[in-house]
Design a binder for this molecule. Structure first.
Ligand SMILES: [Zn+2]
Length: 367
């Protein structure tokens, strides 16, 4: 089936709703953990579910290179291959490819680049991206777009926005999968008129959901929030809105306030592997010596497996000894922290108390 978004409640621009998928119905706004190589690093699908995650992400570029989309297709698709019977969203591969390509290798046809594994020459096109995502059998596929760097000149942003629109049409033209949804991506850099143009034209092409891309690429937060506002106002109410690559606790609040329904970010698991934890009172690094004899949990308000069973001192010990369990326990905590934050955000929207919740959260987080 195609995903179906139901808007149930609003508090100013913040939206509470549900998203119906091939694998059940999930409440939004939601945070989606990233499973780059068909696994949310170090965690099993059972653990992901225990944290009450809904959709997870997988990366088209990485799975194209290893093990290859044909092997995943032979396995019966991503869900069977990785034993996850929840919804999966695949990105288009564009984000990784653009970081590997030289400017002159971005052409109308697609993007030429060298594999980060063995240096062989590869070409990713809008059609190829759809073909790979079709074989991966994700529930939501993303349109192939150019994620431009920040800052970019107006001229380049304009040229690129037009090309992304042409690519979106090419991708949609070869897309033919009733079980999969296809999301379009709004680009346009930091320019208000280009975001408006990109949003309106992408909506005209017609997709099952809309993403805002080109954010979280080095711009400051004020600029990022403006990019969201410039685009969201032209997106239809009855389709899900996804802000790509954004997932810091405060950024989630800023996105929800502007009408975003879905978020993803690798930060929660990446930070975990380096000993960092989100807490109600900001981010902490357990490598810090002050936690050596701290026998309290990472966050007293957290209901995750890690906080219920382990102390900061123990997790710190694992992290400083490079024990794998340390990163695992922190990944469980960090993902659950964001998922729980989203649960609370949804409650606050339903009760028309989102602004109060946001202010209180930020006050505690910065304290
Ligand atoms: Zn926890």
């Amino acid at each position: 089936m195609k995903v179906k978004y139901n808007l149930l409640n609003t508090d100013e621009k913040a939206r509470y709703g549900t998203l119906e998928t091939n694998y059940g119905t999930y409440e939004t706004p939601m945070f989606m953990p990233v499973g780059t190589l068909a696994n949310v690093k170090t965690l099993t699908p059972e653990e992901i579910k225990e944290m009450k995650c809904g959709i997870i992400l997988a990366n088209t570029y990485h799975l194209w290179l290893r093990p290859g989309e044909d092997i995943i297709e032979k396995a019966g698709g991503l869900h069977k291959f990785m034993n996850y019977d929840g919804p999966i969203l695949t990105d288009s591969g564009g984000f990784q490819v653009f970081s590997l390509a030289r400017p002159k290798d971005i052409t109308e046809e697609g993007v030429k680049f060298k594999s980060h594994l063995d240096g062989r020459n590869l070409l990713l096109t809008p059609e190829k991206s759809i073909e790979i995502q079709n074989k991966l059998d994700s529930d939501i596929a993303m349109s192939f777009d150019e994620c431009i760097p920040y800052p970019s000149t107006y001229e380049y942003a304009k040229q690129s926005t037009d090309r992304t629109l042409r690519w979106a049409i090419r991708g949609k033209n070869v897309f033919n999968n009733d079980k999969q949804s296809l999301f379009g991506i709004v680009q346009g850099g930091e320019y208000e008129d280009l975001r408006e143009y990109s949003a309106k034209e992408t909506v005209k092409i017609g997709f099952d959901g809309y993403a805002i891309g080109g954010t979280s690429v080095g711009e400051d937060k004020v600029t990022m929030n403006k990019m969201i506002e410039y685009a969201v106002r032209y997106l239809p109410e009855d389709k899900p809105r996804y802000l790509m690559g954004v997932g810091e606790p405060i950024d989630l609040l800023e996105g929800v306030e502007r009408g975003i329904d879905m978020f993803d970010c690798v930060l929660s698991t990446r930070l975990a592997r380096h000993g960092n934890a989100f807490t109600r009172h900001g981010r902490i690094n357990l490598k810090n010596a002050k936690y050596r004899e701290d026998f309290t949990s990472i966050d007293e308000n957290c209901d995750c497996y890690t906080c219920k069973n382990y102390t900061k001192a123990y997790v710190r010990h694992l992290i400083t000894c490079d024990e794998m369990l340390g990163g695992r326990l922190l990944s469980i905590h960090n993902i659950r922290f964001l998922v729980k934050e989203m649960e609370e955000i949804r409650e606050s929207i339903k009760n028309k108390k989102f602004k109060e919740y946001k202010e209180e959260f930020i006050k505690n987080y910065n304290n």
